[in-house]
Design a protein around this ligand. Sequence first.
Ligand SMILES: C[S@@+](CC[C@H](N)C(=O)[O-])C[C@H]1O[C@@H](n2cnc3c(N)ncnc32)[C@H](O)[C@@H]1O
Length: 311
Amino acid sequence: MPDPAGADAPPPDRLEVVGKVAIVIRECPHANTANEWLWGKVWRQVKYMASMRKSVTPKYIADAITAAICQFCPAGKVFDAFCGVGGQTVSLAAAGLKVWAIDIDQNNVNDAHHNASAHGVLERVRIACGDFFDGVARLASKWQPIGKKFAAMHIDMPWGPAYATEGACPLDRMGADGKLSAYEVLEVASRLSDSLVFKGPRTMAISDVVKLAYHLQSLKAKGAPQSEPEIPVQSEPEIPVAEAYVSRNKTHMVAVYMGEVAANYMATLPAPTTSRNLTRRLWTVEQCVDDMRRAGKAVGLGRVAFEPRAP
Ligand SMILES: C[S@@+](CC[C@H](N)C(=O)[O-])C[C@H]1O[C@@H](n2cnc3c(N)ncnc32)[C@H](O)[C@@H]1O
């Protein structure tokens, strides 16, 4: 049957580089209250400023990400970048992982310590107050020469107003002041881990999910930072896994698994029964999820074509 939106039509001729993305829908349990959705049953013991209420990773989503990290990443220490008040940090530590974390806001760091303590996992976490870029640069200068890396890095950078941008969230204009680029953050993060988990808004464009993963792959191939996101022309492009978290029929956010964690994750996915061309419309993760749920599918494979870069 022809696709009414034209999404299954072949891409225009000038689009040559075709990337793929796996989309996995994770249904999260319902919570009875907003506090329980954020922190589970221990919500009375946690502490955080009201301004962080919308930023904390809800417990059920944090636990799903932790489960994927435990299943698909090698054993070892993990890094929680932009850790805020510790929603993801405590989930990772509660699963038995050793976690290093960083946040620039001292109040959040204090609350993250308190929350780790409330969860009984303080001995497994080490939380620094500081800038992500400085912190990674300092650590990488010691670790890179000896080939040391984290087993995984979880990245929950502030989305800022970009989140509510009409259409799709621009990944190069995130952060409170719109000056933080997800591409730069990933570039820096890749110095310390081969398995990256990027938490993004449901308004992320599917094509941007692919671009992020390709950008990383291209950095790895060239071994040096690039000035702008690049789509490499490779015969076997990496397939990122976008795990979308849904509860009460609403898509809340997405975690994009890239690098080694994505390869391991992909190896466990059932072969998708459909493969959709997502090039023509600016599909967001949320739109794809709605589309898949209407079709009764929990796993999908999408293809996106890009214009090749000028030589
Ligand atoms: C979306 S929140 C993270 C929420 C966290 N995952 C949680 O569950 O509490 C983003 C965090 O990034 C921090 N941040 C912003 N810029 C930063 C920077 N340059 N370096 C480190 N942390 C930064 C903010 O203080 C904020 O706590």
